[in-house]
Design a protein around this ligand. Structure first.
Ligand SMILES: *Cc1c(COP(=O)(O)O)cnc(C)c1O
Length: 408
């Protein structure tokens, strides 16, 4: 049994939710695109810039030491959030996209060659497609795609058929941002390892809903974005197994990632700094710790349990609307619900809902190949976070009925 959460109190932690849009109380259902930020995160940014803004690591003055300590404190918190083995395995990046590009651009470039195969799935976000296509264009490797069934689930038997000694890398999304599907990543990882392939999991969507234990998963790389976890934009994480990160060449060259530079030769810094060239996003990294602590205080299990209640309620309500089809009916889902309305373009749904103060996302959700597989141009997507309520779902239902009334 999970704790009963005080949702009103939680809502109070998110100042942005208190506003009205078009004269209506804001209903924010675009959490899969980015989550809102609690006051503790906003305050952390302010406190950093007002109190101890300084460049990190090389300074010996008081502010630099304070900033460095706060920056590195986040690394420790991320390490325990993911249950990584050491802080050297936690690389700060600009987000999931950047993390995946880092792996494709360094591990991929060094260890994947012409004729080698990389496997991704039909459910991937563009950021887990394009970097691998770019690599294959450069190196002559081959991209293979795991198909899905009509429910939006990966077909594991088809995945197994794609695996062979030629498979060098598997890169799969943990949770689909477009449909909410939770992939069986432990099975996917184990089967890839059985043929000697390495695995990256795109955790951008999963990390706000599910517990993640990189050691239990035995995953090689795990990518996430702070902004989908109540943290700032433009900051993310790449987890990588230490021995792999050590074997990889650096990504960007510049300050901070070096040990010694001469015009003849440069030696690189130890992990994790080898992958953190230049002055990083210090304030955002510092503030991300507060987002993770905030989640920790409520409890991931409590958050997931409440979000699942919202999902069940919304699914039942939406499915009872005539002409509405829920897209993505996986047995294992997080609180993301995509839908289409017969004869109405998803964009028109979004516009009319916005007039009622309801923020949903419409379109292809950066998953164009998935939309092509489903045979639709896009969907309307409502995605819930812990600060959303059953009343807001009722407002969505009323909003959709209004869309139907106006457009059909
Ligand atoms: C949001 C998202 C991304 C991209 O994250 P950025 O923060 O834009 O780099 C990648 N994959 C999934 C599943 C996402 O939801």
């Amino acid at each position: 049994m999970t704790l009963k959460l005080d949702i009103n109190k939680i809502r109070h932690d998110f100042p942005i939710l208190e506003q009205s849009i078009n004269g209506k109380k804001l209903v924010y259902f675009d959490n899969a695109a980015t989550t809102q930020k609690p006051s503790v995160v906003i305050e952390a940014l302010k406190n950093y810039y007002e109190g101890y803004n300084a460049n990190i690591h090389r300074g010996i003055h008081h502010l630099a030491e304070k900033a460095t300590a706060a920056f590195e404190a986040t690394r420790k918190t991320v390490k325990s959030f993911l249950n990584a083995n050491s802080i050297e395995e936690i690389i700060f990046t600009y987000g999931t996209t950047d993390s995946i590009n880092l792996v494709a651009g360094t591990y991929g470039r060094k260890f994947i060659n012409a004729g080698d195969e990389i496997i991704i799935s039909t459910l991937e976000h563009h950021s887990n497609i394009v970097p691998w296509q770019m690599l294959c264009e450069e190196k002559g490797c081959i991209l293979k795609i795991i198909p899905i069934n009509d429910e939006g689930e990966i077909i594991l038997e088809e995945y197994e058929k794609l695996l062979s000694p030629k498979t060098k890398f598997v890169s799969v999304v943990h949770v689909s941002n477009a449909l909410g599907t939770i992939n069986p990543i432990k099975t996917i990882i184990d089967k890839a390892h059985a043929v000697g392939a390495k695995v990256l999991i795109d955790g951008a969507q999963a990390s706000s809903h599910l517990d993640i234990d990189v050691q239990a998963l035995d995953v090689d790389f795990y990518a996430l974005s702070a902004h989908k976890l109540f943290g700032p934009t433009g900051m993310g994480v790449l987890y990588g197994k230490k021995e792999l990160l050590e074997a990889m060449p650096p990504y960007r060259g510049g300050g901070e990632m070096i040990k010694e530079v001469t015009f003849e030769k440069t030696t690189y810094a130890d992990l994790p700094y080898k992958f953190e060239a230049g002055t990083p996003n210090i304030a955002d990294v510092v503030a991300f710790k507060f987002a993770l602590d905030y989640i920790q205080n409520i409890g991931k299990t409590n958050i997931a349990a409440y979000e699942n209640e919202l999902l069940a309620y919304a699914t039942e309500k939406l499915e009872s609307i005539e002409g509405l089809t829920v897209i993505g009916k996986a047995k294992e889902k997080v609180s993301v619900i995509s839908f289409v309305l017969e004869g109405i373009h998803p964009q028109d749904i979004g516009i009319i809902l916005d007039q009622q103060g309801i923020a949903v996302r419409t379109g292809h959700h950066c998953t164009q190949p998935l939309m092509q597989r489903l045979g639709i141009p896009g969907t309307a997507r409502a995605s819930f976070s812990v600060y959303n309520t059953f009343e807001e779902i009722d407002a969505l239902v009323a909003g959709i009925l209004k869309v139907k009334k106006l457009l059909s």
